[in-house]
Design a protein around this ligand. Structure first.
Ligand code: NAD
Length: 260
């Protein structure tokens, strides 16, 4: 149902972003993927997305902590496809440390990538969406856009900011056929989660199993990780006509975490 539409997904060489790209390609959209990774592996994913969609898939590997590189990515998408119809702001990173020891460079990077990048991609995509009177902006926020956890000050700050930004954009675009929503996953089993286990072990003095069961899944009532495919299916729904009246919402996909 997305034939002829173009979807740009930031941070889509891995994890949840790649699952979004596969789901949207499965509905025939042109795809712009972004993120870091081994060139051969990325090219393989790009070619597979193109084969799935029957349209085109473009890789734009810019570093989204830098404004000029975000602008370059958006220009590449516009040159290839005449704009972006579906924008998924998904690139994100995490760092776990007590606030008084939080490395300054990590704070700046997390705010730049998890929050500021979404502002820049949005401001550059919106003119095309307004002109077409159709658009979908989807953020991978997080349960941490609604509640906090200790030792994740930059991440929680950025995700709460992203949720507020999304509501504002939803109001501005409400009469233009453009929706803006957050999807807020609980713990999804991806490299981002796996990579924070060692730091959490250190910060809390726990074993790997204790971090998985007593920290990560402790607050997730289903006691299961969310899958990237479940998050992607939610985005696909938000892109459908059935979801045209859902805007400014923050949809939890968190196994009940934020219900507690
Ligand atoms: P991931 O580490 O598997 O993927 C992150 C992606 O972002 C990769 O493609 C990576 O190359 C890209 N990326 C990293 N730095 C970048 C930069 N500077 N510029 C451009 N791309 C960059 O992580 P994931 O778990 O799939 O996370 C995706 C999003 O989901 C993030 O915003 C994260 O905060 C959010 N999220 C994840 C979970 C979870 O449990 N995994 C839960 C809630 C929210």
């Amino acid at each position: 149902f997305l034939k002829g539409k173009t979807a740009l997904i930031t941070g889509s060489t891995s994890g949840i972003g790649l699952a979004y790209a596969k789901a949207l390609a499965g509905e025939g959209a042109n795809i712009v993927i972004n993120g870091f990774g081994d060139a051969d592996a990325v090219e393989k994913e790009r070619a597979a997305l193109e084969a799935t969609s029957g349209g085109k898939a473009l890789y734009s590997g810019h570093d989204l902590t830098k404004v000029d590189q975000i602008e370059a990515m958006m220009r590449e998408a516009a040159d290839a496809f005449g704009g972006v119809d579906i924008l998924i702001n998904n690139a994100g990173m995490q760092h776990v440390a007590p606030v008084e020891e939080f490395p300054l460079d990590k704070w700046d990077l997390i705010i730049a990538l998890n929050l500021n990048a979404a502002f820049h991609t949005t401001r550059l995509a919106v003119p095309y969406m307004k002109e077409k009177k159709w658009g979908r902006i989807v953020q991978t926020a997080s349960a941490h856009s609604l509640v906090a956890s200790p030792f994740k000050s930059a991440y929680v700050t950025a995700k709460h900011g992203l949720a507020g930004f999304t509501k504002t954009v939803a109001l501005e675009l409400a009469t233009f056929g453009v929706t803006a929503n957050c999807i807020s996953p609980g713990y999804v089993w991806t490299p981002l989660v796996e990579n924070q286990i060692p730091d959490t072990m250190k910060a809390r003095g726990l074993t790997r199993d204790q971090v998985i069961n007593d920290v990560l899944l402790a607050g997730q009532p289903t006691k299961q990780f969310v899958t990237p495919e479940q998050v992607a299916a939610t985005a696909l729904f938000l892109c459908s006509d059935a979801a045209a009246q859902i805007t400014g919402a923050n949809l939890s996909v968190d196994g009940g975490w934020t219900a507690a």
